[in-house]
Design a protein around this ligand. Structure first.
Ligand SMILES: [Zn+2]
Length: 424
């Protein structure tokens, strides 16, 4: 199935090294190509792997630790005290758990913002996934300047590593935790190292009103006034926007990560996604961290995105299945600046491919494969996940990671952290 939801039945995809070299009907690969290995089968649908544009990988350790709380209370009373005790090993095992979940739910690329990023890079390297990594920086914290320097070092050491699967960005957390001068310093460094900026933007109504009161500008207009959008930017959330904000984000082609399930769970609001798309904005999808979702399942995310636009606009034609699928793949790649090599099944593109097993009762009869994937399939239907030409999961069997070990280690880390957060 291609990005427009068009289906080639009995198709084949030829991969050489890390790239797709041919996509077409069965038997159409020509020349000297001889497959060393074949995978797939009848009743499988091949799609580009999902691109999760915004998450915090190691927050899998906080899954279901703090639910049903407002954002600021959730952050200040539960999440930050837990995170204060997280060691480098905790971050590694949390990220490995994230990688397992992503591979099993068809995500092949993710954008992460967190801490101990060298360990997140290690999880990406080992698991075989593709990722855009940024160290989260709180400009108003005492260690803000140090975080900037550490980010710089991290980016110098890791950008382009793991056979090119790891890319890096600077990660000033948000306008309400990073004053303009701090964001500007990050921008200077980003220009110097030729990388982008990953930031949370206009997530809650509180952020919108506080920043507007303090600076006389909306969060989006404040960031625009300091020139942020002249750089490649990945802006997570963009829920609270006025018409001028939408125009700025669209004309400056800011990469927007829409996180519908996190926004619903934390009661942040509904991002005006259909309006943004109509204005020409670049909008992909993210799950946000597992603590505010509570899983990293992109099929759920794209379905929620679609249904949320329909119900909020009272228009059943809003964000149709093929557009939601596009957001989870091709548009996600644009958000991360990877659209020339990721997000499509096309010769020359990276071989990041998933196979979905359509031979399931809940996927019969097959009227419309795009609708089935967007509205009826679940992540358990994903049979095979391939990244950079390497098979990471085949017939639901993981080939690069030890799932049992990772689950046990993650539980161990989480149990200890809960005790420490409770001061025991
Ligand atoms: Zn986030």
């Amino acid at each position: 199935m291609n990005e427009n939801g068009e289906v080639f039945s009995g198709g084949e995809i030829a991969v050489d090294g890390d790239r797709i070299i041919h996509v077409g009907p069965a038997g159409s690969t020509t020349g000297d190509f001889v497959a060393e290995k074949t995978t797939g089968g009848d009743k499988m649908v091949a799609l580009p792997g999902f691109v999760n544009c915004h998450t915090h990988a190691s927050m899998t350790l906080l899954r279901s630790y703090a639910d049903d709380l407002p954002l600021m209370k959730w952050l200040q009373e539960m999440i930050w005290p837990f995170e204060d005790n997280m060691t480098s090993d905790d971050n590694y095992w949390g990220a490995m758990l994230c990688c397992v979940e992503m591979i099993m739910s068809g995500t092949t690329t993710f954008a992460d913002m967190y801490m101990h990023m060298d360990r997140i890079a290690e999880s990406v390297e080992k698991s075989g996934l593709r990722a855009v990594l940024s160290r989260g920086m709180i400009g108003i914290a005492p260690n803000g300047p140090q975080a900037l320097e550490e980010s710089k070092e991290f980016i110098k050491n890791y950008n382009g590593t793991a056979e090119g699967r790891i890319k890096c960005m600077f990660g000033p957390h948000a306008p309400y935790t990073c004053p303009p001068e701090f964001v500007q310093q990050a921008m200077e460094y980003a220009k110097e190292l030729n990388v982008g900026i990953h930031i949370h933007l206009a997530e809650t109504r509180g952020e919108f009103t506080d920043i507007t009161e303090q600076y006389g500008k909306t969060p989006t207009q404040l960031m625009d006034s300091i020139g942020l959008f002249e750089l490649p930017v990945l802006a997570a959330h963009c829920v609270h926007l006025d018409d001028k904000d939408i125009e700025i984000l669209s004309t400056k082609k800011v990469g927007i990560a829409h996180n519908p399930e996190s926004n619903m769970k934390l009661a942040s609001g509904i991002a005006p996604v259909q309006k943004l798309i109509d204005a020409g904005a670049v909008v992909g999808l993210g799950t946000d961290g597992a603590s505010s979702n509570n899983n990293l399942d992109m099929l759920e995310e794209l379905r929620s995105a679609s249904f949320l636009q329909k119900v909020s606009t009272e228009d059943a034609t809003a964000l149709p299945a093929s557009a939601a699928l596009g957001m989870a793949t091709r548009e996600g790649a644009r958000v991360l600046g990877m659209e020339k090599e990721v997000g499509m099944l096309k010769p020359g593109y990276k071989a990041d491919i998933i196979l979905i097993d359509m031979d399931k009762p809940h996927l019969y009869p097959l009227h419309n494969p795009a609708s089935h994937v967007a509205y009826a399939a679940s992540s358990a239907d994903i049979d095979t996940t391939i990244v950079n030409g390497q098979i990471l999961m085949e017939n639901r069997r993981l080939l690069t990671v030890d799932v049992d070990e990772i689950c046990a280690k993650a539980q161990e880390c989480a149990d200890r952290l809960v005790k420490e957060a409770a001061g025991k």
